[in-house]
Write a protein that binds this ligand. Structure first.
Ligand SMILES: Cc1ncc(COP(=O)(O)O)c(C=O)c1O
Length: 398
């Protein structure tokens, strides 16, 4: 699908690592180059044409995000990425809101970015972390959520929408309803889902939603935090400085600008905001539903190909997203990745930033293939052919 838009594919490369970061279409790169070549300026500080154009694009990107996920434009905050979005609301809101003994529900298949900020709060203010059970496919066991809520003082549920190792898609509509009924805040890590499935911030009762631009074909260095307006009113800015203050005096008094400007201190990544605008437009032009069904077709093709190789164990055959993890019998996952790199096949190996999933999975390292819209069956055939000859691995990599 649209491979010609991705200049990097002109190299003889099989890119199967999109869950780490996606490739960027030419229109995204062109839009950023246009800012640097023709329209450089800061924002909210100048009266000249370029500055006014960039103010407009900065704002238009928020409107595009608001439309994309159904939220209010004032609920959209730019950050440096999903990790910084999660840290922003955990430190800026949760640290004050939560009290010693309050319970936060997570799962063991979360990314480090949706675990460590909460672990830090458990050390700092004594919140308790409980894990929602995983079933035999390493997906959420939804029945355990009710039980945990009945038995604990649950204040927050924080989960990835699509997990980055198992690749399961969580029913966030269902969990959002549970949270609403029980007056629980619902935080969704959308790093792996924003580019694959439809998200409705309002309908799913989400309190805080976080994602990165670089996994949705946009540039690195920019992410988004979407927070429910009434919660943002109580959230403290973590960074103070230019462009977020309304006024300050020599007696140390100061006041903040309105929401969300007060959360965007200093010069923001302007070219990246413009790049993100174009990546969202690019996704919209194709349609997330179409992207999702295309990836599912590729994924099924990949899993059935892996099934035909007898030395491979696939751990997440019943997931729905473009993420497939496996191991080759008796070969360390990193060695498999080095071997595949010999054929210009890019995959990821290791624990994929989740160091506690091993408690459930029984292994700490796997090879991860992650597919996106520019992949095709030929890419998968190249991977399968390389894996067929893996008995030659040590002739090649040593
Ligand atoms: C599920 C999930 N959450 C959070 C992150 C962190 O994203 P970033 O590194 O862009 O901040 C990732 C990155 O892989 C992820 O997969």
């Amino acid at each position: 699908m649209n491979r010609e838009d991705f200049i990097m594919l002109n190299k003889d490369i099989v890119y199967l690592d999109s869950a780490s970061t996606s490739l960027k279409p030419k229109c995204v790169i062109d839009s950023m180059n246009d800012y640097y070549f023709n329209n450089t300026s800061n924002i909210h500080r100048g009266e000249y044409n370029e500055a006014i154009l960039n103010n407009k694009l900065y704002d238009e990107t928020k409107m595009e995000i608001a439309k994309f996920i159904n939220c209010d434009k004032r609920e959209v905050i730019y950050t440096s990425g999903c990790t910084s979005s999660i840290n922003m609301f955990v430190l800026g809101y949760m640290k004050k809101y939560l009290k010693n003994g309050d319970v936060v529900l997570l799962s063991k298949s979360e990314h480090a970015s949706n675990l460590l900020p909460w672990f830090n709060l458990s050390k700092e203010i004594g919140i308790k972390i409980k894990y929602i059970d995983l079933d035999s496919d390493y997906k959420l066991d939804y029945s355990s959520i009710d039980k945990l809520i009945k038995e604990n003082n649950v204040k927050v549920i924080s989960l990835a929408h699509i997990t980055n190792v198992i690749g399961d898609i969580r029913d966030i509509s269902y969990i959002g309803d549970i949270c609403k009924k029980n007056n629980i805040l619902f935080c969704v890590d959308a790093a792996q889902s924003i580019q694959h499935v439809k998200i409705d911030f309002k309908k799913y009762n989400i309190s805080f939603l976080s994602f990165s631009s670089h996994k949705m074909m946009g540039p690195t260095g920019i992410g988004v935090l979407v927070g429910r307006y009434d919660l943002l009113e109580k959230m403290e800015p973590l960074f103070l400085g230019g462009d977020m203050n309304l006024d300050f005096e020599s007696d140390c008094s100061y006041s903040f600008k309105e929401i969300p400007s007060r959360f965007e201190a200093g010069t923001m990544p302007i070219a990246e905001v413009i790049g993100l605008l174009n990546s969202i437009k690019y996704i919209n032009n194709i349609g997330v539903l179409k992207i999702h069904s295309y990836i599912k077709e590729l994924r099924d093709y990949l899993v059935s190909g892996l099934d035909k190789l007898d030395n491979i164990v696939v751990y997440n055959r019943n997931s729905d997203s473009g993420i497939v993890i496996f191991n080759v019998d008796k070969i360390f996952s990193q060695d498999v990745a080095i071997y595949l790199a010999h054929y210009n096949i890019c995959v990821r190996a290791g624990n994929h930033c989740d160091k506690i999933l091993k408690d459930e999975l029984g292994v700490s390292n796997t090879v991860r293939v992650s597919l996106y819209l520019y992949n095709n069956k030929e890419d998968i055939d190249k991977l399968l052919n390389a894996l067929k000859n893996i008995d030659k691995i040590y002739d090649i990599i040593l």
